[in-house]
Design a protein around this ligand. Sequence first.
Ligand SMILES: NC(=O)C1=CN([C@@H]2O[C@H](COP(=O)(O)OP(=O)(O)OC[C@H]3O[C@@H](n4cnc5c(N)ncnc54)[C@H](OP(=O)(O)O)[C@@H]3O)[C@@H](O)[C@H]2O)[C@@H](O)CC1
Ligand SMILES: Nc1ncnc2c1ncn2[C@@H]1O[C@H](COP(=O)(O)OP(=O)(O)O)[C@@H](O)[C@H]1O
Ligand SMILES: [K+]
Length: 503
Amino acid sequence: MKILSAAQTRKADAYTIQHEPISSLDLMERAASALVDWLTQRFSPEVPFAIFCGPGNNGGDGLAAARLLHNRGYNVQVFLVEEPDQTKSDDFTQNLHRLPQELPAQSIQSIEDFSELSPGTVVLDALFGSGLSRPLRGVYAQVVEKMNQLGGTIISVDVPSGLFADEALLQDSTVVQATHTVTFEQPKLSFLLPSSGAYVGEWHAVSIALHPEYLQNVASPYQLLTPAFIKSILKPRKKYAHKGTYGHALLIGGSYGKLGALILSAQAALRAGVGLLTVQVPQIGYSIVQTAVPEAMALTDLHDLHFTRFTGQPDAYDCLGIGPGLGQAEDTRLALEALFRLHLPPLVLDADALNLVAADRTLLRTLPEGSILTPHLKEFERLTGPATDDFHRLQLLQSFCQEHKCYVVLKGAHSCVGTPTGEYYFNSTGNPGMATGGSGDVLTGILTSLRAQGYSALETCLLGIYVHGLAGDLAAQEMGQASLIASDLSAFLGKAFLAVEKG
Ligand SMILES: NC(=O)C1=CN([C@@H]2O[C@H](COP(=O)(O)OP(=O)(O)OC[C@H]3O[C@@H](n4cnc5c(N)ncnc54)[C@H](OP(=O)(O)O)[C@@H]3O)[C@@H](O)[C@H]2O)[C@@H](O)CC1
Ligand SMILES: Nc1ncnc2c1ncn2[C@@H]1O[C@H](COP(=O)(O)OP(=O)(O)O)[C@@H](O)[C@H]1O
Ligand SMILES: [K+]
């Protein structure tokens, strides 16, 4: 699914109005109906609603929703938050006139006009949407602060007011802290990024049937992964396949005290379907890994405690994953240098392999083309230097991938895959239960496995992050988020692949 900028969203509205054709007022009515359907499915008519409307079309949506909720028997209060002499949009004004007499709109021109709400009131935030042009000030900022202090349910219409759809927030901005955001057609870019996404709560995209022709033809570098798209990547297994059909993966890592990281990767690689798996561990890891993962073959390093030299034949493998529990010893760095001089199969680099590469720019320059790197935010910062904000980080991601001709999985709540050709793919699966040690090691195993099976680097990243997150979601459904541990992700990978197959 393409993610559109605020300007493209405006064009999509205009294109729909012109080509469907439909009046702007009717399109607003469609948006408000979709919103009200969503609300009435979740809240009964006893729940009081306080609807705060701004001066533009977002406020117009709020007014239309107020009328529709009222008509369905809901108990609604309407507040118009206004600065003196502020221009109102036409559709706002029309919807204001359409309010029934028994539903008067109360004006809030200063914070003294903000009256107490009865306990349990659901706040509907329709102050500003994609037309926000500057940070909130004056009465708008004060009202938002008050709304946030109430501590109840806040449902933002389209975008939490004060948040830009596709620009960075200025520091100390006042923004609605929504519990839910009901957004029209598609999530906005800022919903998917860590600083701004934190304001959105749970987001739900409701269709307002924008013109399919526009959505099909508009170009956007930003994509959100959907079940149908991921299903189209998955290759079914073949009846006459044998273990050689599904590749031979090699994982290197597991220094003293961190063997578990490599074991988690190895288990995940097997559950992600690789035909054969070999791991290279230091001497102390040999019997541990042979016991913990009997399906894997093991090579041992010459060193007792960490990686110092690759002891296998690189051309025996279809993908090499390196990093989980690797450690950052100086002879490990030298071993990486030597490794990069070999003719290698496709690479997946994670954890300490990334840290070593980040600390040694010469090593970074010899990174084989088409490699997959899986940094979390801190590791990414070590690779590229600090980002001033989430949007700057996306630029850094793009230039890093272009310069090093690699794929980067920037891990987080919505992990983002950057490509050498400048696209960004955001993951739609996963949950905070996965914020637990070892989740990233599991991802490395999955990616190494898929790449060894013959998926392209891009397919590997997209299918890999999606099934990893989905395994987390399925695990959390059964055991809750807090109890989820990394090995559960591997245990639920089978169900995740089945769910992808079903679509
Ligand atoms: N037919 C359609 O197009 C559909 C649109 N839809 C809905 O429309 C929403 C977008 O509507 P919109 O473009 O009117 O923008 P909106 O967010 O209401 O605000 C703009 C107004 O606020 C003002 N303003 C901005 N920032 C401000 C600030 N900090 N402090 C004070 N004022 C500020 C700005 O004034 P100006 O910047 O010109 O000074 C302008 O007056 C979209 O999110 C969705 O909900 C749906 O109904 C589907 C159909
Ligand atoms: N809040 C979250 N929502 C969704 N996924 C998450 C969340 N927190 C972490 N994850 C996922 O869990 C993994 C954590 O990786 P990482 O930070 O490298 O952990 P570790 O180093 O402990 O293995 C990433 O794939 C990330 O996308
Ligand atoms: K809003």
